[in-house]
Design a protein around this ligand. Structure first.
Ligand SMILES: [Zn+2]
Length: 288
């Protein structure tokens, strides 16, 4: 069974060029040049206003759609233009589609979405416009999921997610990030412990939504942890998909953070994000 990877050229429709608004296209380009066997790229349906207002304040949704008030429309941290609406409705639609695909098939699925976990109910933040992780959890619950884990290994704390699921008894969050500073040597252990202790004590889950940030890499200036290298992140991805697969918890993953610079080139960053796709494919297929 192929791994469904949701992507549409609309993901990169925002005028502002930045990793969050551009790297999904770079990953797709790399998959054309160096395919990963078993990956099927699928175009998701964009979310509608009615779907977004279940998680976000209608005034904020309207601001992102129309650009007014401009300050609210740009609260993610990058300037608004009409392409922002096209981009975020598509990429959040991809997160939802991946979650439903994983829930329905029991196998892993993914979306090349990023810029999700700092989005709050009434505004964006930290390059995030809408919270696709929470939108995906809502959609999964509508489709019958009773317990959903949001696993966040981005380098930054998922503050928007934490706020949005605070009152939701069916949604759980595990976060390993710079909110709890750690030496690089402890990073993998911290991820392992988070999975073992928290994820197991509250499990089982009908779905895991995985925010697979690559910004803990030591060469990333926004979040990098000294001593965390490609091998560690590859091990982390195998750990996540192995852990969930053993327990028959289907995983829907998204890209999250990871920011190129002259040292961490876009090619290297793309290579890091490909580790998530490979680990998802290599995990024993979880069948319900
Ligand atoms: Zn981050």
């Amino acid at each position: 069974m192929p791994l469904k990877l949701f992507y549409s050229p609309s993901y990169v429709a925002a005028a502002y060029a930045f990793d969050t608004t551009r790297k999904s296209a770079e990953i797709v380009k790399s998959l054309e040049v160096r395919p990963i066997a078993g990956v099927e790229i699928v175009e998701p349906r964009s979310l509608t206003v009615n779907e977004l207002v279940r998680v976000h304040d209608p005034r904020y949704v309207e601001a992102v759609r129309t650009g007014l008030p401009r300050e609210l429309a740009s609260s993610s941290g990058f300037p608004w233009d009409p392409g922002v609406w096209e981009a975020v409705t598509a990429s959040n639609g991809g997160a939802v589609a991946a979650a439903l695909e994983a829930l329905n098939t029991g196998a892993a699925a993914g979306s090349l979405s990023s810029g999700l976990h700092h989005a709050h109910r009434e505004s964006g933040g930290g390059f995030c416009t809408f919270n696709g992780l929470v939108l995906a959890a809502f959609a999964a619950r509508d489709a019958g999921a009773e317990r959903v884990l949001i696993l966040d290994f981005d380098a930054h704390y998922g503050d928007g997610t934490a706020d949005l699921i605070d009152d939701e008894d069916e949604f759980f969050m595990v976060d390993v990030s710079s909110k709890w500073p750690m030496p690089g040597a402890d990073y993998l252990d911290r991820c392992r412990r988070a999975l073992d202790e928290i994820a197991d004590s509250e499990g089982p889950y009908d779905l895991v939504i995985y925010n697979a940030g690559m910004d803990p890499h030591e060469d990333c200036r926004l979040g990098g942890i000294r001593g965390v290298d490609r091998n560690d992140l590859e091990s982390r991805e195998r750990l996540v998909f192995g852990h969930c697969s053993e327990r028959n918890w289907p995983v829907a993953f998204v890209l999250a953070g990871g920011y190129a610079n002259e040292l961490l080139t876009m090619d290297r960053l793309v290579d890091l994000h490909r580790l998530t796709i490979s680990a998802a494919l290599d995990s024993p297929k979880a069948k319900k």
